[in-house]
Write a protein that binds this ligand. Structure first.
Ligand code: ARG
Length: 458
């Protein structure tokens, strides 16, 4: 069967190799729910404009609904010779309705059809990913009850830096995933405009009503310029960028917990249903889900790169290159979706190893900066205090003690005015309790933020 897009201008059938080379049905079949919805809205608009009769419209809607049923239950047979999902569905409609079916494509081109379908598909994907991000945020905030009294070392350069509440860490991730959600919502606003009726690129001479079909499909409005509409894939790029940022956040978290699950850190017990074993080493309980989450971020970033390079240097308006946008978009969405599906229960099911964390909490001088600030509060200039505490750290290292274990004489050797109130800020627990600033790890500040997040996610 020759394709509906092959007009009377051709003197031969397409070369078989070209057919195989240029098909997209192998990957765009999944656009069928959007394609059917778009075609139904288009037909109804055409009827409202008296371009189709009410009866013709009804026949088309009924036949498209039937075709959707066949696609849903797997009885619809797609043909490579019809190139893509759009023409496969249209041909099936023509097979059912003859000339009435041949009227559906009035005032429409595959260029605006593909763009509309892809906008609808991406909009759904964004909504699914937003819900998964919310689940993950709930997992992190959900931990804040059980982990409220746990202090962990925080790191810069992967060297022990300052003590923080575990809840402060959980909220750090919650904030990152919140920005991811806001970026997606912003992207969704820009993509939620309808390209139907921009036709090939210049619009149409037929009296269509673009606002009508846009409203039927839940769009906020129409893409203003038909040439722009035909060539625009910014919404795909933006979505892939948002997905890449999510993947990077997931990858950072995965890396952190891979480290925390080592014997060397021994901070966390991962739920065994999210771990795998080794075929030779019986003791191994490996964090493969976290490793794959970290690894799969490479694919998502690669998908973004593919899309950026694909769209670079294309002249106006539609170019066939744009058919290649779907595999990387679908892959980025699928990858982030599965990673998020696993991340939420994994976060909820992991257990902090409190004793192990606490047994080494006084190592690494986590209270040194707090001690420095104690001196600053007493009037010592920061640079001088920084130098003095550095010297004290050296003394403690030589004596194999913590700062809190040093004698008052050790402190007074550096600053004769120091008295025993210095011990009020020493030791990790007291150091954490000394924090004050907004956004800090101060227990009252963290408790306020936990409460705010609990209310926000409720
Ligand atoms: N299969 C193509 C795609 O997905 C359809 C493009 C239709 N437009 C065209 N001028 N050939 O992009």
């Amino acid at each position: 069967m020759s394709s509906p897009s092959r007009s009377g201008a051709f003197d031969s059938a397409v070369d078989q190799r070209v057919e195989r080379f240029s098909e997209s049905i192998s990957f765009d079949r999944r656009l069928y729910p959007q394609d059917i919805a778009g075609s139904i809205a288009h037909a109804q608009m055409l009827a409202d404009q008296n371009i189709l009769s009410a009866d013709e419209c009804q026949q088309i809607v009924d036949a498209l609904t039937e075709i959707k049923g066949q696609l849903d239950d797997g009885t619809f047979e797609t043909k490579q010779s019809l190139e893509d999902i759009h023409m496969n569905i249209e041909q099936a409609l023509i097979d059912k309705l003859g000339d009435v079916g041949r009227k559906l494509h009035t005032g429409r081109s595959r260029n605006d059809q593909v763009s509309t379908d892809l906008r609808l598909w991406t909009r759904d994907a964004i909504d699914r990913i937003d819900a998964l991000l919310l689940d993950l945020q709930k997992s992190f905030v959900g931990r804040c009850v059980q982990d409220a009294d746990v202090i962990v070392p925080a790191y810069t350069h992967l060297q022990r830096a300052q003590p923080v509440l575990a809840n402060h860490v959980w909220l750090a991730y919650t904030e990152k995933f919140q920005r991811d959600r806001e970026r997606l919502a912003d992207c969704r606003k820009r993509l939620n405009l309808c390209s139907l009726g921009t036709a090939a690129l210049a619009g149409t001479t037929l009296p269509i009503d673009r606002q009508n079909s846009a409203k039927r499909l839940g769009f906020d409005g129409v893409v203003a310029n038909s040439i722009d509409s035909s060539s625009d894939r910014d919404f795909v790029l933006e979505t892939a960028f948002c997905l890449s940022t999510i993947a990077i956040h997931l990858s950072g978290w995965a890396e952190e917990w891979i480290l925390w699950a080592t014997v060397e850190f021994d901070f966390i017990q991962l739920p065994h249903e999210f771990c795998t074993g080794s075929s030779i080493m019986p003791q191994k309980i490996n964090p493969d889900v976290l490793e794959l989450t970290r690894g799969k971020s490479a694919r998502v970033i690669g998908d973004l790169q593919t899309l950026l390079v694909l769209t670079k240097g294309l002249p106006l308006a539609y170019n066939r290159d744009l058919q290649e946008d779907k595999p990387p978009l679908f892959d980025a969405v699928d990858t982030v979706e599965i990673c998020l599906e696993l991340a939420a229960p994994l976060v909820a099911g992991a257990v902090l190893k409190r004793d192990s964390i606490e047994s080494r909490l006084e190592k690494g001088f986590l209270d040194a900066t707090t001690l420095m600030e104690y001196l600053i509060k007493r009037g010592t200039p920061q640079r001088k205090a920084h130098h003095l505490i550095g010297q004290l750290v050296r003394t403690a290292t030589e004596k194999s003690t913590t700062l809190a274990e040093l004698s008052l004489e050790d402190f007074q050797a550096l600053d004769s005015t120091l008295d025993k109130s210095v011990y009020d800020v020493l030791g990790v627990k007291k150091a954490v309790a000394s924090f004050q600033s907004e956004g800090s790890t101060a227990p009252s500040r963290v408790a306020e933020q936990v409460a705010a997040w609990q209310a926000r996610l409720a």
